[in-house]
Design a protein around this ligand. Structure first.
Ligand code: GCB
Length: 591
């Protein structure tokens, strides 16, 4: 699905701002037709933002169920005769949308876009009421999963992932218009041929107009042209997209009618680069690449998972400051602004689905409900796998053209040491490979399925490991942790695949100090990271190190969490802990 753009033929209007909002704990709004008029007893709620932390009310924070958002927008006068579309970049976790009294869309999955053609529901120059029913509950058939448990004080939402279940309209909402004949999708695949580059393209469209493409360099000079819905362009002496050098070309796709008029125009940025796994090397443009960076979160005080440009730009400045060349979009697809910005900044991404917490053995009662079997007819089952498959399809469809994305992660820390896991994941790996044969794919392995026990890593091109030796095991004993960690890693290194350590980290309370070996102190976080780095540096197959986490973030409450997860190298408001300076010394030396 193409993101709305302003082009020579298209216009868009952003609907962000304060919307009307109401909780619907009884789930009565649909039956009572709340969409058919102004929401009763509504309060104002910012879009984009999570609703949870906006009211000063613990019940709002922990709310599970239906909530309603509503706004009224005037369709611009000049849009008469045009195709009008309502586009949501993300609504967490599911949504039903009405334009006026008519239901126009529903969508499952909290982190990918969806749209509705509302041409028949609107008139140019007239207002239209837009109502969105948002539901944030997690079940065994949602991605991520969860369960509502009945307790003595009423139902409670539980889940197996270690970040707060923020919900709401998290990203921008657009009204946009195109011609009836319009481009519906663009796919680009780039290659290198000596000093030249190739840009394969496929343009999908509604209607019978001819397709034309023009490729311009960053200065606007035309470097190649083509016609027809698919083809390959050649760029002499190409300026490659590379880590640290986010050079982008602009591919303009046009639909041209019989009279030679351009009826649709869409701009797709293109970074010309290749990605390949060869033995235990991860190659970008044929060169071995070593990932430095973090697992991150979309997580901010007050606005929760709402996208915020100021924090995005600041976070990328901090990545640059610390010498990070990459991050993982743990544990869900991030806002498209972030992907676009990573393209322009030359930051390398591991792009992850929201399949986190498919592991009922994790957490020892700390993160969520216990006593379930992960894969079974009553828990994570075939229906869940179909929801998961759809999440993979929507992720690849959304992000396939980003040069920054070099690796798909189809799940974080699922159960992976059982036959059920093997059967669950085999078709999902087939799916992701079929959708995108140009990028490697993997999943993130958990320490409960160590080397020798994991039955899913056989499907992965790259081994992504999360390990907490010296934190969750061997706590406070870094010497023993170092031995155990090296021993396990040497096993994985025998697989002849690249290994990226996608998580290693220690909770750290900023300002807490001690001479040595005291978990939670700033010194311990530094010593813990140093120990890990000694291990990595001894093992050739390790091609990446991404610390958990970039910044402190919100979680459910629990005895292991002090005001959230404190494994950040930066605090939640982006102040460096001692570890940030230590990482900077290592990563800025260009390992
Ligand atoms: C993990 C998870 C991550 C948690 C982290 C932790 O393995 O992937 O979501 O936040 O551990 O800090 O426990």
């Amino acid at each position: 699905m193409l993101r709305p753009q302003d082009t020579a033929t298209r216009e868009r209007k952003r609907l962000d701002g304060l919307w009307q909002f109401a909780f619907d704990p009884a789930g009565e709004g649909s039956g009572a037709r709340w969409f058919a008029g102004p929401l009763a007893d509504a309060r104002e709620m910012p879009v984009p933002a999570s609703f949870n932390d906006i009211p000063a009310d613990p019940a709002a924070r922990d709310y599970a169920g239906d909530v309603w958002y509503q706004t009224t927008v005037r369709v611009p006068r000049g849009w008469a005769g045009r195709r009008v579309v309502l586009h949501f970049e993300s609504v967490t976790h599911r949504a039903t949308v009405w334009a006026g009294d008519i239901e126009v869309a529903s969508h499952e999955g909290g982190y990918t876009p969806f749209a509705a053609d509302i041409t028949d529901q609107v008139r140019a120059g007239e207002p239209v009421r837009v109502t969105v029913l948002v539901n944030n509950t997690l079940s065994f058939q949602s991605i991520p999963p969860g369960v509502i448990e009945d307790g003595p004080a009423g139902p409670r939402q539980r889940y197996w992932h270690d970040f707060f279940n923020y919900a709401g309209i998290h990203r921008s909402v657009w009204l946009h218009q195109t011609a009836a004949e319009h481009i519906t999708d663009i796919t680009v695949v780039t290659g290198l041929d000596g000093a030249d580059g190739t840009v394969g393209y496929t343009i999908e469209a509604e209607g019978s107009a001819r397709t034309r493409v023009v490729l311009r360099d960053a200065s606007g000079r035309v470097v190649a042209e083509g016609s027809g819905p698919r083809g390959e362009l050649r760029v002499e002496n190409v300026h490659r997209w590379a880590p640290g050098d986010g050079y982008l070309y602009d591919l303009e796709a046009q639909l041209v009618d019989d009279a030679g008029r351009v009826v649709d125009s869409y701009h797709q940025s293109v970074g010309v680069r290749t990605v390949k796994v060869s033995g235990n090397r991860f190659l970008i443009n044929g060169e071995p690449f070593h990932f430095t960076g973090f697992g991150k979160h979309e997580d901010l005080a007050v606005i929760g998972k709402g996208h915020n440009d100021a924090f995005m730009v600041h976070d990328f400045e901090l990545l640059d400051w610390i010498g990070a060349n990459s991050f993982r979009t743990s544990h869900y697809p991030y806002a498209e602004e972030v992907l676009d910005y990573a393209d322009r900044r030359g930051i390398v991404l591991i792009d992850e689905t929201a399949a986190v917490g498919l592991n009922m053995g994790l957490g020892g009662g700390i993160f969520g409900a216990q006593g379930y079997t992960t894969f079974s007819d009553d828990t994570i089952n075939e229906r869940t796998r179909e929801v998961h498959a759809q999440a993979i399809r929507e992720l690849v469809a959304r992000d396939k053209n980003h040069p920054s994305v070099v690796l798909w992660s189809i799940a974080n820390e699922p159960e992976s040491d059982t036959e059920g896991a093997e059967n669950y994941f085999r078709p999902l790996f087939d799916l992701v490979r079929g959708l995108d044969p140009t990028r490697p794919a993997g999943f993130v392995n958990v320490m409960l399925a160590p080397y020798g026990k994991c039955r899913v890593s056989q499907f992965a091109d790259v081994l992504m490991l999360n390990r907490y030796y010296g934190w969750y095991t061997h706590t406070g004993d870094l010497a023993a942790a170092e031995l155990a960690w090296e021993q396990e890693l040497r096993g994985w290194a025998g697989e002849n695949k690249p290994i990226i350590i996608t998580e290693y980290g220690a909770d750290t309370q900023p300002g807490l100090h001690a001479i040595g070996n005291q978990p939670w102190t700033e010194e311990y976080q530094v010593e813990y990271l140093d120990m890990n780095h000694r291990v990595f540096d001894r093992i050739d197959a390790v091609v990446g190190e991404q610390v958990w986490n970039f910044a402190d973030f919100a979680t459910t409450s629990g005895v292991m969490r002090v005001g959230g997860n404190k494994k950040g190298v930066f605090t939640r408001d982006r102040q460096p802990k001692a570890a940030a300076h230590a990482l900077r010394r290592r990563w800025r030396k260009k390992i």
